[in-house]
Design a protein around this ligand. Structure first.
Ligand SMILES: Cc1ncc(COP(=O)(O)O)c(C=O)c1O
Length: 388
């Protein structure tokens, strides 16, 4: 019996395809964005302790209070935003569920959401499931004045219509590493001022921003906070992507609707992880020292790749590094990524995977390396690439 697909264009994601190829060809997987190392023993012990202490049943639907309390303190300290623990902070099953719940909560049939490309792959399906329409706008590639991808906000403003319900932001950006500047936030304020447009700000890499840069959260803008879902993920911050613990901070009116969806998507999030993360995150060094930890890995990969024929782009944030391969090959980025796995034993992600396929793809000649890997893994990958 057939059913009509709600997501006819969704197939196996490139991340799954490339990870499978990495296994088949015994390649070093610098594709999918997850660490190949464990979280700290302390955190693992806290989970075990929580289980032994009996935190094994359904926790409170919006998230356990100690974890929401810690999130509140962290957001207050870093961005000077005051969220109410009871009414405005929700623990979700990773950022992915927060994105789905936020979009389903606020969008309806015919509504439009502006999505900035290259973009993470969870936004478009959420918009489509809500009956809405994604309106794509492309970031500009690096040029003389910008050493990373950047948003021309005039292009975004030009796409705003009476149907625009939501603008989705993702800074620090996966895959480009681009971050928000004061001017970006000013431009966003100017676009949404006197409109009912909501913002979904996916800030899962908020704690992986390298010196001298600083993460500027949408939460730091009083003029934006009232209309924003701000989403983050403990998976990225504590090397626990498989635990799927994230959260959403949003004003009461938005949170109320988000929780109605959250309640029936997952109801709640495993309690031992929540209690463990609550205690662990009380120590601010667990997130404040993350940039140093990842900067060393970024430098290792970037310096290594700079000895090859790849040209690396500037990487101010995230654990992804983009590299231009056009001095090595004139294949499309898809073909090049496949070839690299098969012939050189290193798996990466083609950057056009982050663009919708309804328009002609840009010819960027870029691949994405993930450096959330052990130093040995990165060094071995560089060795394999040197012969290119
Ligand atoms: C930009 C972005 N948002 C959201 C997520 C998903 O986060 P989580 O694993 O917490 O669901 C990812 C994971 O790669 C991501 O890169």
């Amino acid at each position: 019996m057939d059913i009509t697909s709600k997501l006819p264009n969704v197939g196996t994601t490139i991340f799954t395809t490339m990870s499978k190829m990495a296994i088949d060809y015994k390649a070093i997987n610098l594709g999918q964005g997850f660490p190949d190392f464990n979280p700290s023993d302390k955190l693992i012990n806290l989970v075990t302790r929580a289980m032994r202490e009996g935190y094994n049943q359904y926790p409170y639907m919006p998230g356990v209070t100690p974890l929401r309390e810690v999130i509140k303190q962290k957001v207050k300290k870093l961005y000077n935003a005051d969220y109410d623990v009871e009414k405005e902070i929700t623990v979700t099953s990773g950022a992915t569920e927060a994105i789905m719940a936020a979009v389903l909560a606020c969008m309806g049939h015919g509504d439009e959401a502006i999505v900035i490309e290259p973009s993470y792959d969870a936004y478009e399906p959420a918009i489509r499931l809500a009956g809405g329409k994604p309106v794509f706008v492309r970031m500009m590639p690096p040029d003389d004045q910008h050493n990373t991808f950047w948003v021309n906000w005039n292009h975004v403003a030009a796409l705003v219509t009476s149907k625009t319900k939501l603008i989705i932001l993702n800074f620090p950006n996966n895959p480009t590493g681009a971050i928000m500047s004061v001017e970006d936030l000013d431009a966003i304020e100017a676009i949404v001022l006197n409109t009912k447009i909501l913002l979904l700000s996916d800030e899962v890499y908020e704690h992986i921003v390298f010196k001298p840069h600083k993460h500027l959260s949408v939460a730091s803008r009083p003029n934006l906070i009232d209309r924003s879902f701000i989403i983050s993920s403990f998976g990225k911050t504590t090397h626990t992507t498989g635990w799927k613990v994230g959260y959403c901070c949003a004003p009461e009116k938005l949170t109320k609707e988000l929780r109605k969806v959250h309640q029936f998507l997952v109801f709640t999030v495993p309690s031992p992880f929540q209690y463990a993360l609550a205690e662990y995150t009380q120590d601010a060094t667990t997130y404040l020292e993350l940039p140093n930890f990842y900067q060393q890995k970024r430098d290792l990969l970037q310096e290594g790749l700079n000895q090859t024929n790849f040209k690396t782009l500037s990487c101010p944030s995230t654990f992804f590094l983009l590299a231009d391969y056009r001095d090595i090959s004139n294949k499309s980025d898809d073909d090049f990524a496949i070839w690299l796995t098969q012939k050189q034993g290193v798996t990466v992600i083609p950057v056009t995977a982050f663009y919708n396929k309804s328009q002609p793809l840009p010819n960027l000649g870029l691949i994405r390396f993930c450096f959330a890997k052990q130093d040995d893994t990165l060094t071995q990958a560089i060795e394999r690439l040197k012969s290119l």
